[in-house]
Design a protein. Structure first.
Length: 137
């Protein structure tokens, strides 16, 4: 062995690597669409058994899909109707109380800064004292 290292890479391997890089780049470009497609596939997979059961009962497939989507929209609307008014009230109360609450924290932050400055001065003094002691030893 003369110490030379030889690496042989075939053209097909290079093309596969280039294809993989291009594929990842294209997937990155359409990531929002791919995410929406994945969500749709999950919804279809979840609703398909229910729709198939209703179709066996005699309800047409399109009507079963429309009924399920209508029920989902009504449920989401009811959830929004129940949650949004208290949420809006709480946000309004927070907006009203926020200046008062922040005003209470400002003195705490200032005292923390003062304590931090005192600690830094103390540490600087200790470091200088140790430096003097070490040079005198």
């Amino acid at each position: 062995m003369n110490g030379k290292l030889s690496i042989d890479i075939s053209i097909s391997t290079l093309l596969k690597i280039a294809g993989l890089i291009v594929g990842i780049w294209l997937l990155y470009l359409v990531r929002e669409i791919a995410l929406l497609f994945f969500i749709v596939v999950v919804i279809v997979a979840a609703l398909s058994p229910i729709i198939d059961r209703w179709q066996k009962v005699g309800i047409p497939r399109i009507l079963a899909v429309l009924i399920i989507y209508l029920v989902i929209l009504v449920v989401l609307g009811l959830i929004g109707w129940l949650i949004l008014p208290p949420l809006i009230v709480q946000i309004q109360e927070l907006a009203f109380d926020l200046p008062y609450r922040l005003g209470r924290f400002v003195p705490l932050i200032q005292s923390w800064r003062e304590m931090n400055n005192l600690y830094q001065q103390s540490l600087t003094t200790i470091a200088q004292s140790l430096g003097k002691i070490s040079t005198s030893i």
